[in-house]
Write a protein that binds this ligand. Structure first.
Ligand code: GCB
Ligand code: CA
Length: 865
């Protein structure tokens, strides 16, 4: 009897204390489900789950939806929230939003990339169900980004929450919430200062106690501090310091040690609230030689810039999708990330802290500062919010607030633009000063000296340069020339290459890569040039490659319309082979051997044998080993020294599957990587093409192989016809466009063509053939006369292409004009048959149908019937 009573008392105490513990922290409950969404004037609302964006369309059109959408939800407020303060938190509403409860407006927010919290205590009744309505809009031009090379998608695209706190609690809204600043002394002893605010909504004065406890990375308790405060009604700031805690484990990319800070608040002796978070001890800076320093030591920044979208969800990624990306960046061996061009999900920052990625985070003030005070004000708001949201993350080393801001200086007086921009720069620099004196400031310039003249380069602590020599123009070595000149002329500037990159498309391959051909191979060559320059230039603090992913840019055309394809991974996060270049460079071979046969980008190939009946392709191996040996179909092909983390073997392929294996030179029996390449060989007998088994498709006007995703058919590079050369065009010149081609997914086939050709020759064996010719007019006559005359785009002169076409002397087209038939930049395909006897093969002649017009051909395909 007595024992039972004691047990009961204990149980009671235990339960009570557990309830006490659970109830002490404010409660944060998810609010992602049960929404209905209606876009614009749509009559029906559809069920959606957050995160949600309405801009999956941006992967298919440049006219993506910019407007407003309405999210509605029946929100049941738990009855045990009685007596609590209630808040709604939206982690991301793009780009502005207004929240209503039961039809009444309760708060609004501008800016797509920072969270916002609304005190809704007066509007919600515990135990009741309310109608929650959020109107979100992505059309407002006064909210940055105003102009940029990515898509300004709309939606309620991050998590949303309902928060319930006791009447006295740690402030939740980011403007008042707490900041933790850590310091490290010369002796390695850490200190931390905490500044925060307590909300007292009891309506009366009360006495509170704040207890801050610190736990080591392995979880052991270290120390605590207690502070007693008297709280008047309303907001009460507090601060608290841990001075000289102990010699701390420093946060570094190699050892991202995180300490746990627990803040407990009790009021009149009972628990009211608690907060927990990870903090880190580290110092960032620059030394006199321009090296970035981490904890006082020079440290090369090896990084990636990261955009956040993925098709088809657009920007509405789940936390695990964000975490996957940061995990992959870490896997490459990066130690740096430019969170571009806007603040990102908390999941991203949390991963940077945990994995040890030094971060530059920025707001999206890009290309141009419009003349609008509202815009400037909004920049300031967004900058403050970013800093307040992410201040406590140990990974953040610098705040950025502009990107290539003098890129566009439209019509008006350029001096005015510069002055207006400089005024905003000063204003934003001041904002960072006020909000965070512990971080450096930065901005990214495009490769022009205009920033010096305009006074912009004097202001931030760090200067970022976005450099694309050898891509948008110039040659590779323009890159190091530009950097050395900056260093020579501005020796005190701390430089980061904030962007560099080249586009690539998994469908396009080249054995002779050229700028802007979008071949995988050109991107590799570009990066293989740039990265060693960055590594070897001691005055360059480091770099962040543009971009980690192929990202949505609705207005871009190029080889993959609406996608900027400079990624190291595709938009669906498949690694391109060049991922392993970085991985090899950034991993030490003694602890992590990297060996990767770079044929995964191009596993299925079609080619025509050379005169000796051979198909030989260079095969690259990315590795951090000093030398590798390669085997093809079980036969040793030899050994190669590795230079700049790659070795190239000339590999003879046979038709069908080819097994490639590589091994360490030292222990050749141990296979480090194996991959297969499937080769489809176009038949060749003596001096003619034999199409008994394969079709022949030629990417006319291009030196690249192109594999269609739709059909799997591979188009081989074009060439000029020479006797014995089997196929090719005679006469004409190559024309190029980067615009989207309508009615086809195989745009690259049409973006390069031959104009003015006289003939196309194919030395095929006797037989019956189907011949398919593909065309697209690349410029309309008006555009040509206005801008393009003599500029190689589409036909010459200001008339549509128009031609007579004869196949082996038989006229198959008369005055045929792809442009006037289908419209400009639109695919036109026509099929014909041809009978071949004797040695003559197929000769297709192209003749202008009248004076002043030209001929053109984009692709050709022939098949034996
Ligand atoms: C830049 C911009 C970035 C673009 C990139 C590119 O300099 O900062 O937003 O996406 O170039 O790919 O052209
Ligand atoms: Ca072509």
């Amino acid at each position: 009897m007595k024992i039972e009573f004691v047990v009961k008392i204990w149980l009671f105490i235990l339960l009570f204390s557990m309830v006490g513990k659970v109830a002490s922290a404010h409660e944060t409950i998810t609010m992602n489900d049960g929404w209905r969404f209606r876009y614009g004037t749509d009559s029906v609302a559809v069920p959606v789950h957050l995160p949600h964006s309405w801009n999956g369309d941006a992967y298919h059109t440049r006219d993506y939806k910019r407007g407003s959408g309405e999210y509605t939800k029946q929100l049941r407020v738990p009855s045990n929230f009685n007596g609590k303060r209630l808040y709604l938190k939206f982690d991301g509403a793009a780009t502005k939003s207004e929240v209503r409860i039961d039809g009444k407006s309760v708060g609004s927010h501008i800016g797509a990339y920072s969270s916002h919290i609304i005190d809704v205590t007066p509007y919600l009744t515990p135990g009741a169900t309310h109608e929650l309505n959020v109107r979100v809009d992505n059309a407002d031009r006064d909210i940055p980004p105003h102009s940029a090379d990515f898509t300004f998608m709309g939606g309620l695209y991050r998590d949303s929450w309902l928060i319930a706190a006791a009447p006295v609690h740690f402030a939740i809204q980011s403007k008042d919430s707490h900041k933790v600043t850590t310091r490290v002394g010369k002796d390695g002893v850490g200190s931390a200062d905490i500044h925060g605010t307590i909300v007292n909504a009891t309506g009366k004065k009360c006495r509170a106690e704040i207890r801050a406890s610190l736990y080591a990375p392995d979880g052991t308790y270290l120390t605590s501090r207690v502070k007693k405060v008297t709280l008047n009604n309303g907001l009460e700031p507090y601060s608290l310091s841990f001075n000289n805690i102990c010699v701390v484990d420093l946060w570094t990319p190699e050892t991202p040690s995180l300490y746990r800070l627990v803040l407990d608040l009790s009021v009149d002796g009972s628990e009211a609230d608690s907060l927990r978070e990870n903090i880190g001890f580290r110092t960032f800076g620059f030394d006199d030689q321009g090296h970035f320093t981490l904890n006082g030591k020079p440290y090369k920044l090896r990084g990636q810039c990261r955009h956040q979208d993925q098709s088809p969800m657009g920007i509405a990624l789940t936390d695990e999708q964000h975490r996957r990306d940061i995990g992959m960046i870490k896997e490459m061996g990066a130690n740096f990330i430019r969170i571009s061009h806007y603040p990102q999900d908390d999941a991203v920052l949390e991963m940077c802290d945990r994995l040890g990625l030094i971060a530059w985070e920025e707001i999206p003030v890009i290309d141009y500062v419009p003349e609008s005070e509202k815009f400037a004000e909004n920049c300031e708001i967004m900058l403050r919010e970013m800093i307040r949201d992410h201040y406590n993350h140990p990974s953040i080393a610098m705040w950025g607030y502009m990107n290539e801001i003098l890129l566009r200086m439209p019509g008006e007086n350029k001096d005015l633009t510069k002055q207006r921009t400089l005024a905003l720069v000063k204003r934003l620099e001041q904002v960072v000063d006020e909000e965070d004196s512990t971080r450096m400031t930065t901005m990214a310039f495009h490769g022009s000296d205009v920033y010096h003249g305009a006074g912009l380069s004097d202001i931030t602590d760090v200067k970022g340069w976005n450099l694309y020599q050898g891509w948008y123009g110039g040659r590779f070595d323009g890159f190091e020339e530009f950097l050395s000149r900056q260093h020579r002329e501005h020796p005190d500037h701390r430089l980061i290459v904030s962007e560099y990159g080249a586009g690539s498309d998994l469908r396009i391959h080249s054995l002779n890569p050229e700028p802007f051909d979008f071949s995988m191979e050109y991107q590799q060559e570009y990066l293989e040039h740039y990265v060693p320059v960055i590594e070897d230039s001691s005055f360059v603090a480091g770099a962040s490659h543009w971009n980690f992913i192929d990202f949505s840019s609705a207005n871009r055309a190029e080889s993959m319309p609406h996608i900027n394809n400079k990624g190291i991974v595709t938009n669906d996060r498949r690694k391109k082979d060049v991922f392993y270049y970085y991985k090899s460079l950034w991993h030490d071979v003694t602890s992590d051997t990297v060996a990767h046969i770079a044929v995964r980008d191009w596993p299925e190939r079609t080619d025509i044998p050379d005169r000796n009946g051979r198909v030989e392709h260079p095969v690259k191996v990315y590795t951090n080993l000093p030398a590798v040996v390669l085997k093809i179909n079980g036969q040793a092909l030899g050994r190669k020294e590795v230079d700049n983390c790659h070795a190239i073997f000339n590999v003879p392929f046979t038709s069908g599957h080819n097994l490639i294996e590589i091994a360490d030179d030292e222990s050749p029996e141990k296979i480090l990587d194996a991959a297969t390449v499937t080769l489809h060989t176009i038949g060749r007998t003596g001096s003619s093409i034999d199409l008994t088994t394969e079709e022949l498709a030629v990417n006319v006007g291009s030196g690249c192989y192109f594999r269609s995703d739709d059909s799997g058919l591979s188009w081989i590079p074009d060439r000029e016809y020479t006797p014995g050369g089997l196929y090719g065009h005679i006469g004409g010149k190559r024309s190029v466009s980067q615009d989207e081609i309508s009615l086809t997914a195989d745009g690259p086939l049409f973006q390069r063509c031959v104009t003015g050709l006289e003939e196309y020759r194919l030395d095929v064996a006797p037989g019956d053939y189907e011949v398919e010719l593909s065309f697209a007019e690349l410029a309309s006559p008006s555009a040509q006369s206005a801008y393009m005359l003599g500029h190689n785009a589409g036909s010459d002169g200001n008339k549509w292409t128009s031609m007579d076409i004869l196949i082996n002397g038989l006229k198959v087209e008369e005055a045929f004009s792809p442009g006037s038939t289908a419209g400009v930049k639109t695919m036109v395909r026509r099929k014909y048959t041809a009978h071949v006897d004797g040695e003559r093969g197929i000769s297709i002649s192209f003749a202008p149908s009248t004076d002043g017009v030209t001929t053109s051909l984009s692709a050709i395909k022939i098949r034996k019937i």
